[in-house]
Design a protein around this ligand. Structure first.
Ligand code: ZN
Length: 84
């Protein structure tokens, strides 16, 4: 798999970041209460990209680094890639 650092516009096979990030931003909390399915997010500690954990696979889809076991995304400090 080849993935560049240009994460903006890159969509995982299940969903895209912008609408999810916007929803989280509106909520102002780390819990997507409006979702019928709880999506486990993790920020990669190696490349700082946001990942959605699927099937308990704690591996960054961008750089293959291990992801933290605990939720670690801070809505107050969104990365530039989240945009507006
Ligand atoms: Zn990574």
């Amino acid at each position: 798999m080849s993935v560049s650092n240009q994460s903006t516009g890159y969509c995982p096979d299940v969903t895209c970041w912008p609408p999810v990030a916007a929803a989280l931003d509106r909520l102002g909390v780390g819990r997507p209460a409006g979702f019928t399915t709880e999506i486990p997010f993790r920020r990669c500690t190696a490349c700082a990209e946001i990942n959605i954990v699927r099937d308990g696979d704690l591996v960054c889809v961008f750089c293959d680094a291990d992801l933290p076991a605990a939720w670690n995304i801070r809505p107050r400090a969104p990365p530039p890639a989240w945009g507006t």
